[in-house]
Structures are given as C-alpha cells and as structure tokens.
Design a protein around this ligand. Structure first.
Ligand SMILES: *Cc1c(COP(=O)(O)O)cnc(C)c1O
Length: 394
C-alpha cells in the first residue's frame, strides 16, 4: 500500500500556495479571480508576457500541423530559428536542447571536444565564478560549485575551478595556458542580480585571447532582450565564443540552445551530441514567434527605453525606503533589490499586495517584468512597493 506520508510530488520545491488560472500580458489571475502584477515572469521566461496573441497563434498553428519528428530528419522551423539567431548574433552555428542546464551541459562538451580535437585532451579546465547558477545537472552544479547546489551529490564532475566573484588578482593567476574556457553569467541571476562590470568582462575576453581559451557566456537569464539588446554581451560590448540561452527563448515553451562560432564548435561533429526533443517543431515554432516580436523594427529600442524608465522609477522608489531596501542593482528590466529584512518575508508582503517578485541569493528580490511592460504597470508596481514597505512602522 502507498505510504500516505510520502508526497506524490517529490518535495524538492518550497511552493507558494497560489494556483494561477490564466495570464494576460503582465498580469496573472488566481483561482479566486484575484489579479497579480507579474514582475517575476516565471523567472525571466515569459518575456513577452502571458498569452501573447502572436505566440498563441504560432503554437496553435504548429500544433495542428506537426509536433515531433526527431532529429533523424530535417526540421525547417529549427533551420529557420538557427539562421535567424546566427544572422542576429556573433554566432555561426546553433544547437537546440530543452532547458538551460542542458545548454550548459552542451557547452561543457563543446569546450572539452574543442581541445580534444586539437590534440590537447588534458586541457579541460573551465574557470567559473562563485555565486553562479548554471542549472541542476551534474555538470552544471559542478560548474557553479556552491554547497547549496552540490551537497550530497558527490562525486562531482571534475575540471572546474571556481573563483571568487570580482577577485581580479585570482582571475589573472587562474587563467593560463592550461585553461580550456571561462564560463560566466554577464549578470548573475540566482546569485542576486550581480552584474559583471563591462570592464571586467572585457578583461576576461583579453585573458582568454592571450591564452586561446574560449569565453562561454551563460545568458540563460540575462539574454533574449532583457537588457534591451538581444544578448547582454552586446549591451556590455564583449564578443563571446559560445553563449547558452533558454528561458526567454521560448516565452514559456521549453527550449534551450547554445550558439557558437564555427571555430569554437569545430570539435562538434556527427555523433558528438544530440537530443530527442531538442529543436522540435513545436518549440521552434514558438521560439520563431518570439523572435518575430523581439526582432521587429523598434521593439528592442522600446525595451531599452522602458528599461531605463523602470530602473529610474525603481531606484527612486527604493531610495525613499532606506530602512527597508539596502541596495538596487542590475540593469534594464533585470533589477535586484537587496532587502534589509529577509527577502522572502518582503516577497510575501508584496505578493499579498498584488506584486510578484522572485527571491535570489544575497537577500535580493528580483524584479523581472515582461519586456512588454507598460509605464503605467511600472508605476503601479512601484506604488505597491512604496505603499507596502513605506507603511511599515520603523
Ligand atoms: C535558469 C538558469 C539556468 C538553468 O536553466 P534550466 O532551464 O532551469 O535548466 C542556467 N543558468 C542561468 C543563468 C539560469 O538563470
């Protein structure tokens, strides 16, 4: 007989007791008809808001035609998506998978095979950074290295050297002729919205160039328009060799990818990698629809403008609440507010007042509104922050 004490859902999440029934744009509606302003976007996934008509239509049209054929055959939607990502980025080639962690996993294999194909299989060391989050597979938790992610999962995948965030001397010491690659998030997401200054990312690029190491960027959270360009490294002015994306790419439909230069991908030959579901027609139809919106004339210009408005309004609002908010960081539509009280308590109060945020490490609350957010919605969200946190007796 089933042991009733064992939950039918594996208890790995600490879930909030709300059931959302539908979404529209920046808003979510729960079972009781209560509405919430969604400044979490399912952790930077629903970047075009909920139920975007163009995405809904793309999914419905593709669903009525063809769902899946496997990568035994050509998939025109996948070819088109790759062509468009290449045409709009540094990359020359793309591999599609189903999630962020899988994209990182693929990047690790690409790096190892790059050096293996050059006759240097011993050159496998990948430099990573404390506070990083790269997903939950063994390679991804080994890369990030934090105890919170790896506890109980030993033995980890070897070959990663985790450096302190922002320790330039350690970085200079660690990167050398044995370094295979550097893996870094241009803006740490789970780590608490910690942006890497453009000057540091440029210095990393130069170190990689000096020794021939590959620069691999995890843009799974900060990419797909969140900083007002398709990729955060464009905003920061740095050219990578490899980039992992996922989250916003499918607008809520699961899809991930890694993008690479032809040179970086030179070890990835027939049989080197694969995925049953990766790049299937449904996922690619939706991701193409996401690109239709993101690449439309003027869309990213508007994201930059609304991102600047968002940053200004959030900074103003938080500056007036010094007892509650210690710091605001990040850029554009990817901001973090470091709260004085426990971030989850503050998140619960904001949620009760109708505003959804996402807690991160370092006692930060992430504000990740959809790229389609309006000025009025930003004003509404800031008013909730002001009224909820300003009303507390100090
Ligand atoms: C979410 C995230 C991942 C992992 O993506 P999954 O789809 O959950 O596997 C990896 N890196 C970063 C920066 C992320 O934000």
């Amino acid at each position: 007989m089933r042991n009733a004490a064992v939950p039918t859902l594996l208890p790995v999440y600490n879930r909030i007791d709300i059931v959302f029934e539908r979404g529209q744009g920046s808003w979510l509606y729960d079972r009781n008809g209560r509405r919430y302003l969604d400044f979490g976007s399912g952790i930077a996934v629903t970047g075009l808001g909920h139920a975007h008509p163009h995405l809904v239509r793309a999914l419905q049209d593709q669903a009525a035609r063809l769902w899946h054929v496997s990568n035994l055959y050509r998939i025109p939607e996948q070819e088109r998506l790759a062509d468009r990502l290449v045409a709009n980025s540094f990359a020359e080639t793309v591999f599609f998978c189903n999630s962020g962690a899988e994209a990182i996993e693929g990047c690790v294999k690409l790096v190892r095979r790059y050096w293996w194909a050059r006759g240097r299989p011993e050159r496998f060391k990948i430099v990573t950074f404390e506070g990083a989050f790269h997903g939950r597979t063994m390679a991804a938790i080994s890369a990030a290295g934090s105890k919170k992610l790896t506890e109980g999962c030993d033995p980890l995948l070897p070959g990663f050297e985790v450096l302190a965030f922002g320790d330039h001397a350690a970085i200079e010491r660690a990167i050398g002729p044995d370094t295979a690659a550097v893996l870094i998030e241009p803006i740490q997401g789970e780590g608490g919205i910690r942006p890497v200054p453009a000057s540091c990312l440029k210095a990393l690029r130069e170190l990689c160039d000096r020794f021939g190491a590959l620069l691999v960027l995890d843009e799974i959270q900060c990419g797909m328009g969140r900083t007002g360009r398709l990729f955060a490294h464009e905003t920061l002015g740095v050219r990578p060799d490899v980039v992992a994306i996922a989250k916003g790419l499918g607008g809520g439909f699961p899809i991930g990818a890694f993008l690479a230069t032809g040179e970086a991908a030179s070890g990835m030959t027939v049989g080197a990698h694969g995925s049953t579901f990766g790049g299937n027609p449904l996922a690619c139809a939706v991701a193409n629809a996401v690109l239709d919106v993101l690449l439309a004339e003027g869309f990213l210009d508007r994201v930059r403008a609304i991102g600047a408005y968002f940053e200004r309004r959030v900074r103003e609002t938080c500056a007036a609440l010094p007892e509650e908010i210690a710091e605001v960081r990040g850029m554009g539509l990817m901001l973090g507010i470091k709260t004085v009280r426990p971030n989850t308590d503050v998140a619960a109060e904001l949620r009760a007042a109708g505003l959804l945020t996402v807690p991160a490490a370092d006692n930060v609350l992430r504000l990740l509104p959809p790229l389609t957010v309006s000025e009025a919605e930003i004003d509404h969200g800031c008013a909730i922050i002001r009224d909820t946190l300003g009303a507390r007796p100090v």
